[in-house]
Each structure stands twice: as C-alpha cells, then as structure tokens.
Design a protein around this ligand. Structure first.
Ligand SMILES: Cc1cc2nc3c(=O)[nH]c(=O)nc-3n(C[C@H](O)[C@H](O)[C@H](O)COP(=O)(O)O)c2cc1C
Length: 397
C-alpha cells in the first residue's frame, strides 16, 4: 500500500521544475515545506530530528514577547537554538507593538533568520481579552503589530500565520493577507480553519486558493497534510507557494524526508518498522535530555513515547509503562519487549491523535466588534488569576 488515503494512491510526484523554492525575503527553502509551530513539540530537539530527515523551514513553538523580554527562563530556552541549526526560525506572539518590535530586534541580534507571527491562537483565556485569534478582527491593530515586527527585524523576513477567522460568520483571512502584504510581511500562512473549529472538520483548502488569488506575497497552505501526497495536492489545487505541516510530523518526523523526496521527484521511503522507530526514539530522548536536562527531558519524552508507539499491536501495556519512565534506561528496557519487525500501522496515519474534534464558541471582549477600526493593543486582565491564566496560555503553560 502506497498511501493511507485512497485518493493519494495515484498522486504523481513532482515533475522537474513543477514547483519553485519557497522565497521568504532573502531566504529560499527547498522543498517548499515549513514545519508548523507547535507548542510543546517544535523545540530544538524535535526540529533537529525533523531536519535530519530532510530540508525545509523548521519553526519554533510560539514564544511570547512578554515572557521573552522579561527573561523568563523557560521562554528563553524555548527560543534558543544551537549553532548547527540554520536557518533559525522562531514563532513570536505579542499584542503590544513596542514589545513585538523589541523582541524582533533581540531575536535577530541573536541570529534568528526568520520570524513568524502567530495570530491564530484560539484559546478562550486569550481571545476573551482580545489576544490571539481575536487580533485579525481589528485590521489596524494587526497592521501595527506586523509593522513593528518588520521594522524590528530589519531585513530578516517576517511571516504571518492566521486562521480563516473567528467563525464562518466572521472571516478575516483575506483582510489579514492584505494587511500582511501592505506592512511588509514576506509571506502569509493560513491554517484553513476558523478559531471556532479548533482542529475539527476538514481544512478548507479552497480558502488557501482564495488567499492566493488575493495577495502577491507567497501563501503557505496549512491543514490536514498527513502524507507527502497531500502536500502535492494542496499546492496543485491552490497554487500556494509552500505548505505548513503540523500533526503529520508529530509521530512521523520521517514525513519530512518523504516530502523532500516527493518534491524532488522520488517516492517516499517505505513505511518504517517499529525497530527503526525505537532507534529514533533513543535519538530523540538523548536530544531532549541534552537540551532540557534529564528530569525535564525524560518527562517530555513520555508523551513522545505514547505518540511513537501508538497503533502498534500489543503496545498498549508498554505504553502505560512508558508513561512512568524516569531514565533512558527505563525506556530502553520497556521498548525491548516490543517486536522490532512490526510494520508501521499505515491505517493510523490520518488519525488526529493530539487535538480532539471539539468545536467552540469563541468569546471576544464585550463590544469588541463595535470597534473593529480601533488599533489599541488589548488591555491585559486586571484580575490576577485571569492574568496568570492568560500568561500561562501564552507561555505554553
Ligand atoms: C500540539 C499543537 C500545538 C500547536 N501550537 C501552535 C503554536 O504554538 N503556534 C501556532 O501558530 N500554531 C500552533 N498549532 C497549530 C499548527 O501550527 C497547525 O496550524 C495546525 O496543527 C494545522 O496543521 P496540521 O493539520 O498540519 O496539523 C499547534 C498545533 C498542535 C497540534
């Protein structure tokens, strides 16, 4: 079986010259693939794992301007990298133009080569105060923030990532694209769902096509790319300039290699066996421990153990034990119980294991829609508990 989706069985690999490298200002990326920023996931260890499979742009998880500028240890660690990572790409979040500009300058001074701005966070603790996905509802505020980042970044490219809008009745992505372009963004990425949808339903690739028809800057399509064939279909169907891939890489970072091969005109590798995945898990655990220290690194590895082993027969008992590991040796002993020859369960490729299928009603601040022309940054919550919840949501807490 070549693909998990029957529609993908007949998708041809890229023809020579069919696609161009992705241009982000002075950066050119081939294949035109961007690893989606994912909180708790796309830290330096995971980006390294992905990069070892194939080239592309590997974006950090979201870094909150406030935590970064205040020198929060965890935020700084997550924004950091190692000399072997190039180009270095960081996703930033901020709702105050002054902070966003300062953060962009500091990151660029530290060697960051690409900044991505997140305007898609659908978390209620953030949107109900006018942050995250609520920002594009106010195009002039969005413009101020993008302008501040572009100025702060000097010549380093700044891209913008949005959702389609708040819900089907309040779509903002076409205006966001126009604003991003006018303010000097190097590209716009669209997660083709609304904030109300969270991760449910199919991503609306037609919206990616509509955005491509609206702006001249490169458009990055995002949503539901689980196999390299999906990325080719998304680019062919919409004419978009690149593809952002998230959950497809979570438990299969080798998808980065398959994407690179498909864009180079070759077929992807055959699916892995559990034995090759166990070897990858050891590499991943070592990188996590080296970067975060033993205790924190192993704690993080537990969730990766669950993701990497999901769907394999007879792995359920091992998975429960893997949730309690405290050392790499514990992990090694448990993984040794599994059959290394078992092939990867292809039928699970398209399962959404990390985000469920909930939908939500997005809460905005009272009167928010009456002042859409307002460009004032959202005030932060006065209530200390609300303030802590907002900070925790933005700092990945
Ligand atoms: C665990 C997880 C964490 C995420 N964190 C972020 C984030 O920090 N910033 C962001 O812009 N999007 C974030 N996203 C959304 C992804 O970047 C991407 O837009 C979304 O998963 C859709 O792409 P996919 O269908 O390829 O997964 C996150 C998604 C997941 C699954």
């Amino acid at each position: 079986m070549r693909a998990a989706l029957s529609e993908n069985e007949t998708v041809p690999v890229a023809r020579p010259g069919e696609f161009a490298p992705l241009r982000l200002g002075p950066l050119a990326a081939w294949p035109p693939i961007v690893l989606a920023p994912m909180a708790g996931v796309t830290n330096y260890p995971f980006r390294t794992i992905c990069r070892e499979f194939g080239a592309g742009v590997y974006v950090s998880e979201m870094i909150n301007a406030r935590g970064f500028l205040e020198g929060n240890h965890r935020t700084r660690l997550l924004a950091s990298s190692r000399p072997d990572e190039s180009p270095r790409s960081v996703q930033v979040y901020g709702h105050d133009p002054g902070e966003v500009g300062d953060m962009a300058r500091a990151l660029v001074d530290d060697g960051v080569a690409h900044l991505d701005m997140n305007f898609g966070c659908p978390v209620p603790k953030v949107t109900r105060h006018g942050g995250g996905a609520a920002i594009p509802v106010k195009p002039r505020l969005l413009a101020r923030l993008v302008r501040a980042a572009v100025r702060g970044a000097g010549g380093v490219p700044v891209t913008v990532k949005v959702r389609k809008g708040i819900d089907d009745a309040l779509l903002t992505y076409l205006d966001a694209g126009r604003v991003a372009e006018a303010e000097g963004a190097a590209a716009i990425g669209l997660h083709a769902r609304t904030a109300a949808q969270l991760y449910s339903g199919a991503a609306d690739w037609d919206a990616v096509g509509a955005l491509k028809q609206t702006v001249r800057i490169p458009v990055l399509g995002n949503g539901d790319v689980w196999e390299c064939w999906d990325a080719l279909r998304l680019m062919r169907a919409t004419g978009c300039d690149g593809v952002i891939v998230g959950r497809g890489c979570l438990r299969r970072p080798w998808l980065c290699g398959g994407l690179a091969q498909a864009f180079d005109g070759g077929g992807p590798d055959p699916q892995r066996t559990l034995g090759t995945i166990v070897a990858l898990m050891h590499r991943h655990a070592a990188l996590l421990v080296e970067f975060f220290g033993e205790q924190n690194g192993i704690r993080q590895m537990r969730k990766w153990c669950a993701w990497y082993t999901a769907g394999f027969q007879r792995s359920a008992a091992a998975r429960a034990d893997l949730m309690r590991i405290t050392t790499i040796a514990d992990m090694t002993a448990i993984l040794a119980r599994l059959d290394p020859h078992e092939p990867f369960p292809l039928k699970t490729v398209r399962h959404n294991r990390v985000k469920d299928n909930r939908v939500q009603r997005v809460t905005l601040p009272g009167g928010y829609l009456d002042a859409r022309d307002d460009d004032t940054p959202p005030p932060e919550p006065d209530d200390p508990a609300e303030r802590r919840a907002w900070d925790a949501a933005l700092d990945g807490g």
